[in-house]
Each structure stands twice: as structure tokens, then as C-alpha cells.
Design a protein around this ligand. Structure first.
Ligand code: ADP
Length: 233
């Protein structure tokens, strides 16, 4: 199977600052990947390299992907624009009302169809943006910290929704996440970034990795607490 994206020994700097160093990885079709790392470790930058917003200073990125759907961490827009969710999604993607409704249903956001786009909460906006990304029929979906504004219950629902989308569309998904506990319960593959790719693999392998312990050790107390109570969900 050919990778959707091949990243070969890629480095990127902003001025004198080496943000990403010698990253090599493949994104395979239908993979579900969680990208974790501390703040400022280069996760968003790596996502933007995959997207083609940034080009590397050295190394090579080969994109065999047909269509990428992208949901940014923050989406700035003029909140006074008087259009509804349905109007925006329909016009932007050139699809029918029915298709918009179907996609909104899949992300549990069908009740938002008539809402004015400027009135959406952060969590509602994330779901609408995912519906929008799905309407472009991507084979790769890139999500940048989509759960950052959600409480724990909302976050769990969100992960379940993403798992359903992954199963239904059989697309690859790369999701930046700040919640290590959630990631360990839901991810199939983890990429741990600290300017370089410090460890990667199945959650069970990553958990044992020294670099993971070094980066996340102090943050893992709630995670261990949950597991010690046999709560794996
Ligand atoms: P993360 O997503 O892991 O929090 P980012 O990839 O957003 O980290 O940023 C990594 C580092 O690169 C940060 O120090 C950030 O300030 C810097 N950075 C990100 N984008 C730019 C840019 N366009 N120009 C200059 N510095 C940037």
C-alpha cells in the first residue's frame, strides 16, 4: 500500500529557530493517528507541513493524497456575517441542502443547520468545520486540537464521533491532541513530537518509551489514577 504522505528527513526553521528537525514518517491510508507533544513542540507546524502550507527547509515531502480536509485550531472570521450554517456549507462546497444535512447529522450537529454562523459556540463550530471538511470527500483529515474547548464528557463524545467517521469513510485521520489520557484510550497509533519525532507506535509501546516518560511523566498522575481504578474508557 502506498503512503498518502511521505516525509523524509524534514527540517524547518523560523528565522534562527529550528522548529522541526529530521522528521521522517509515512501517513498510510486509513490510519488513525494522534499527534502529541508539549506546547510549542511543533505539532501544528508538522500538520501544516503535511497540508502544504509550509515547505521544508531541507528534506522532502511527497504527497500522494487526493484531497486533504483540514480543521484548524482557531478559525477567525467576521461574526457579523448574516449567513446560516446551511448556506455557508452549501455554497462553499457546491452541494445540495440534503448533503449538508446528512453530513451535519454524522457529526451530531444537525440542529445547527439554520443557525447563523456567527452564533456558534467553539465546540459547535468545530463540528461544522468537520462536516465542511467531509463534504470535500477527503482521503486524509487533519484536525488541530479539536477538543481544546470541550469539557471531559464533550471530549469523550467527540472522540467517539471521530472514531465513527474513521470507520465509515475509511479515511486517514491525524489529530493533534493535548489530552494524553483520552489519546491512550482511543488512538491506534501515536506520534510524539518534541521538535523531532521522539517516539511513535501503538499506545502500549509509546507508554513504555523513555522519551515519553521524560516529556509526560509529571502530567501522567491522573492517567495512572484512572487506570488503577480499572477505568479504561
Ligand atoms: P505546537 O502546535 O506544538 O504547540 P507550533 O507548531 O504551533 O507548536 O509552534 C512551534 C514553535 O514555532 C513555537 O515556538 C511557535 O511560536 C513557533 N512558530 C509557529 N509558527 C510560526 C511562524 N509562522 N513564524 C514564526 N514562529 C512560528
Amino acid at each position: 500500500m502506498k503512503p498518502l504522505i511521505e516525509i523524509h528527513n524534514v527540517s524547518l526553521r523560523f528565522g534562527d529557530y529550528n522548529v522541526l528537525r529530521n522528521i521522517s514518517l509515512d501517513i498510510m491510508p486509513h490510519e488513525m493517528i494522534s499527534l502529541i507533544g508539549l506546547n510549542g513542540s511543533g505539532k501544528t507546524t508538522l500538520l501544516k507541513l503535511m497540508l502544504g502550507v509550509f515547505e521544508p527547509d531541507s528534506g522532502e515531502i511527497l504527497r500522494h493524497v487526493r484531497q486533504v480536509g483540514y480543521v484548524p485550531q482557531k478559525f477567525e472570521f467576521d461574526r457579523t456575517i448574516p449567513f446560516s450554517v446551511s448556506e455557508i456549507l452549501r455554497v462553499y462546497n457546491r452541494v445540495s441542502d440534503k448533503e449538508v444535512e446528512k453530513k451535519l447529522k454524522e457529526v451530531s450537529a444537525e440542529m445547527l443547520i439554520k443557525k447563523t454562523i456567527g452564533d456558534l459556540s467553539g465546540g459547535e463550530m468545530q463540528r461544522v468545520l468537520i462536516a465542511n471538511a467531509l463534504l470535500s470527500r477527503p482521503d486524509l483529515l487533519l484536525l488541530d486540537e479539536p477538543t481544546s474547548g470541550l469539557d471531559m464528557a464533550g471530549e469523550k463524545d467527540f472522540y467517539c464521533m471521530i472514531e465513527d467517521i474513521h470507520k465509515k469513510y475509511k479515511i486517514a485521520i491525524v489529530m493533534v491532541s493535548h489530552d494524553v489520557y483520552m489519546v491512550f484510550n482511543h488512538a491506534q497509533k501515536i506520534l510524539c513530537v518534541d521538535h523531532g519525532l521522539v517516539c511513535h507506535g501503538h499506545p502500549e509501546e509509546v507508554k513504555k518509551h523513555k522519551e515519553f516518560e521524560r516529556l509526560f511523566g509529571p502530567h501522567l498522575i491522573p492517567f495512572k489514577h484512572h487506570l488503577s481504578h480499572g477505568d479504561t474508557d
